[in-house]
Write a protein that binds this ligand. Structure first.
Ligand code: LHQ
Length: 263
């Protein structure tokens, strides 16, 4: 990932892990237009850089992100007609698509509050980890909006329809512990070790077969929206590719050559 003077995010390459940090702490890392375009550029570069094997998305300061920059939206409203659907397609959906399509895992390390579209982006990563003091808030209804950026999809699938509906209609706030207990996120860890834990997980992916990681990510995402028959077909296709890979041959050879414990 070549050097680039980002202003609203920071990208650090640590070994084979790209750490993308939302960097507007004084505005609780609210997503503005600059941050959106920088995130897309950063993900383009990460995708083009074959050496990156995992990505961590996190926030600087006390929040992960307070969601859409409402002040920027106010200024746009004052300037005339605002088509929020078009803005979502252009900005948020492009980012969500990049995260989903990237052949390496994207971990969100939620360091503090994640609100609105930012909560949806955090949940849209492959694995969501949160610091114990973090929380997920879905305040859309408070600003007279409906859920967006995938919030209705993730809440419904991860929490189940009843808790999801309750959360969406009451602008619910879900603390990290509860989020982990209810399956909204993968894990909760102490604040002080969040980045260490995310980095340990990211490094473990870098040590695995790149092809196996990419096929696994793609299959797991595909399964969420497919029938059992479609899923079994997709698994066969992936496994045919895997079975013909040199990684698989090497793994089998290494297993066969290991010292026997029975002799
Ligand atoms: C902010 C924001 C913010 C700008 C804090 N924007 N500046 C998606 C795409 C398309 C269309 C529109 O909508 C969507 C969906 C969404 O994401 S809707 C937005 C969802 N987010 C919210 O409704 C959260 C708004 N923020 C708040 O309610 C409070 O800031 C919370 C409760 C998060 C934190 O409160 P405090 O701890 O008291 O902090 P604060 O309010 O003092 O915030 C610190 C600064 O950050 C402050 O700036 P200032 O210059 O006054 O010190 C805030 O204005 C700024 N900030 N959120 N979303």
């Amino acid at each position: 990932v070549p050097e680039h003077a980002f202003t609203a995010i920071e990208v650090d390459i640590v070994g084979r892990v790209a750490v993308v940090t939302l960097e507007r702490p004084e505005k609780l890392n609210a997503f503005n237009a600059i941050m959106q375009s920088e995130l897309q550029l950063a993900f383009d570069r990460i995708e083009a850089d074959g050496s990156v094997r995992a990505v961590i998305l996190t926030g600087s300061g006390r929040a992960f992100s307070a969601g859409q920059d409402l002040i920027e939206r106010r200024d746009m409203l004052a300037a005339g007609d605002v088509d929020l659907g078009a803005m979502l397609r252009q900005n948020y959906h492009a980012l969500i698509g990049r995260i989903a399509d990237l052949p390496v895992p994207v971990i969100s390390a939620v360091n503090g509050l994640a609100a609105g579209a930012a909560a949806a982006i955090a949940l849209g990563c492959d694995i969501t980890m949160a610091a114990r003091s973090a929380s997920f808030q879905f305040p859309f209804i408070k600003v007279a909006l409906a859920p967006d950026a995938g919030a209705s999809w993730w809440l419904t699938r991860l929490l189940g329809p009843q808790r999801a509906m309750m959360t969406a209609l009451t602008a619910g706030r879900i603390d990290a512990e509860e989020a982990a207990r209810t399956g909204l996120i993968a894990s909760v860890v102490d604040d002080a070790v969040l980045m260490d834990e995310a980095m340990t997980l990211a490094r473990s992916f870098a040590a695995c077969s790149r092809g196996a990681i990419a096929e696994t990510k793609s299959l797991m995402r595909h399964a969420a929206g497919s029938t059992l028959t479609e899923t079994l077909d997709a698994e066969c296709e992936a496994q045919t590719r895997r079975g013909r890979s040199s990684d698989y041959r090497e793994a089998i050879a290494a297993f066969a050559a290991r010292p026997s414990t029975n002799s």
